[in-house]
Design a protein around this ligand. Sequence first.
Ligand code: GKR
Ligand code: MG
Length: 447
Amino acid sequence: MEKGTPIIKEMQVIPVAGKDSMLMTLSGAHAPFFTRNLVILKDSAGHRGIGEIHGGDYTCESLKACIPLVEGQPVGAYRRVLQTIHRAAAGTAGDDGEGIQTLDISKLKFVVKAEWAIECAMLDLLGQYLDLPMCELLGEGRQRDRVETLGYLFYVSDKKKADLPYLDESYSDDSWFRLRRQEMLSTERLVEQAGTLHDKYGFCNFKLKGGVLEGEKEMETVRALKKQFPEGRINIDPNGAWSLREAVDLCKSMEGILTYIEDPCGPEAGFSSREIMAEFKNAVNLPVATNMIATNWRQFYHSVALKAVDIVLADPHFWGFEGSVRMAQLLDDWGLTWGSHSNNHFDITLTAFAHVAAAAPGKPTALDTHWIWQDGQNLLKDAPEIRDGYLQVPDKPGMGVTIDMDKVEEANRLYGKLPSHDRNDAEAMQYLIPGWQYDSKRPALVR
Ligand code: GKR
Ligand code: MG
């Protein structure tokens, strides 16, 4: 019998693309396509390990550069492999360390660490070797069998206004699939969006992506959502679009309506986002969440020292799988709350989120996921389901799911046809408002 854990024989990096709606955010309008990078590892035991991370050439090239550091290594040495990659990647050229405190999406690639896709795939292999689901290998092990998830609501612009190949699903027999490609910019339509999501996935908790309309208009939508779902937990995330004063004025009257407010304001008047958010928290009696002001341990230290946040949405693609669970443990011990942020993603990330959140101790907040906007474009044969507002955690060893290589190849072909692989929300936006330019302090449709 072979001694030790299986050896990684092959690492493939496969960039893929999927289709999206014209979702509105502070950074503009989502393009018709989003991109991701997949890692597929094959080991000497004949197992396949998978991981998914943000798209774009930068992340794709970073992953490819890791291949010699991964192939030939034993699956059990995954910590050592990751450490070698961190050392090799230290001091990335072009990264000024600002992070995404102003939602400059060109900097997202520095906050996302490509190697977490490798961590995911290696944990998948290790789980298969040990015959244990991935969540049992993380932190203190499995805490729950299903993970509470929220319905991520977006204002959606009229795709017909852009000369771009957005998907049309008007002929689908699924009412959510039909709705998600239509224009939804009014409070009434957002309430309809939430109702349709409630019927399909059972969500009772919702997050509205703000930073699109005037703040007061967005709060009107939040109030209407709360009226429709009085027991539901409703949050809003304007990605730091409001000034401190605006944020305080807007949120004061929302105490008792909002469950938490996410990144209401950002850096201003020479003060960092962490200092401004601390002032906000002193002025308003609402829990404050972030995925912008604490994206690494150094930023987290200052956020906590200033008591600027209550909830850290520690996306495993920013923090790593072990890192995100380590954050969950720490927050739980300190009486704070863990959750995860998301971007557009496929069902491999959905599965990874399920395992990380299953291992998060305490009472995590309902998980963000953009996947409802992609549901139906699966890369797995057996994607976990969201039922009654909960994401089911797979029971089988490792990630516990099977990749569908035909679908992966199709998504890779789509990627190959795209003129650009990097996210650019300004391009679609300029069809709606000619000459539109990103402004971290002005909602996207306020010009
Ligand atoms: O999908 O446009 C989007 C979101 O705005 C995303 O880019 C954010 O990173 O949802 C994210 C957030 O919570 O900030
Ligand atoms: Mg956010």
